[in-house]
Design a protein around this ligand. Structure first.
Ligand code: ZN
Length: 282
């Protein structure tokens, strides 16, 4: 899809499944199972949606999916069918070498796993060798020193090599990555979580990361059990939904399975989604 001078695509790394209780937090199953049917292990099918922005100033990738290093135990727990990002980038004619910037909303394994890959000696090295990788400093600290509650969501091999190879840029506030593409801290889901706002045309596009991971999470109380600061998530969602509805933002979902993106609409005080297809391939 064209946005001013930019071309924007959702590029999938694959799919996975997350326990419905974890996904919907305090919302009871009697409510969420009406819209998201779980499998026999109570897991809901999700996407691993990355966003590619092609602009004359460079190619920006937001998120990297789970990647290919994933161990068997995690693969099994989350029914991960991933590692497809590089193949799907080929569908728009790009190779790993063509990516100039990688923006990470945070460093949980389902977003940062594809930042690195194993070389022939099974050492993790950056997947996008020419790219600068951007993450908020607070998010980096959280990943490097996780609490007992957060530890299972991080895999140091996903992000440590970025520092070692000098590819990492730690942010402490908002930053314009290329003209019209902004990384903005949100907090909420984890310390230093950030979203990406694309302002390159009259219409804005927002990649909200795990602040609102799927269209199921549009209603305000739907916040995942993983959120470190759920009340911050709630405040941010309330503000962003209002602005997205008023200013006709196109919102992209990090984990939407059949709906990856859409316009937020407000009717009778309730928000809903009008889906838009931005996908290159599955
Ligand atoms: Zn996630």
């Amino acid at each position: 899809m064209k946005f001013g001078r930019m071309d924007i695509h959702v590029v999938s790394d694959g799919t996975w499944r997350l326990d419905g209780g974890s996904l919907f937090g305090q919302v009871p199953k009697t409510l969420w199972e009406r819209m998201a049917k779980p499998d026999g292990k109570n897991r809901v099918r999700l996407g691993l949606n990355c966003l590619l922005i092609q602009s004359p100033e460079g190619n920006v990738l937001i998120e990297t999916g789970v990647g290919k290093k994933i161990d068997e135990r995690r693969k099994d727990n989350f029914a991960i069918d991933g590692g497809k990002l590089i193949n799907n980038l080929r569908a728009v004619g790009l190779k790993a070498n063509d990516i100039d910037h990688v923006v990470l909303t945070h460093l949980h394994f389902d977003h940062a796993g594809g930042c690195t890959k194993f070389n022939r000696r099974r050492e993790p090295v950056p997947t996008f060798p020419r790219a600068r990788y951007y993450v908020q400093q607070a998010s980096w600290e959280d990943a490097c020193h996780p609490t007992e509650r957060g530890r299972a969501s991080y895999e140091p091999a996903d992000f440590r090599p970025l520092l070692d190879k000098g590819r990492l840029e730690l942010l402490t506030k908002e930053k314009e990555i290329i003209p019209g593409v902004w990384a903005k801290p949100t907090g909420g889901h984890c310390n230093g979580h950030q979203m990406v706002l694309i302002t390159g045309s009259s219409r804005k596009v927002a990649y909200l990361g795990d602040i609102m991971p799927t269209p199921y999470h549009v209603p305000l109380p739907y916040i995942t059990a993983y959120d470190q600061h759920p009340e911050q998530t709630l405040d941010y969602k309330r503000a962003v939904l209002k602005e997205a509805a008023e200013s006709q933002w196109l919102v992209v979902f990090s984990h939407g399975f059949d709906v990856h993106a859409g316009y937020i609409e407000r009717q009778d005080g309730r928000y809903s989604i009008k889906p838009v297809n931005l996908a290159v391939s599955e």
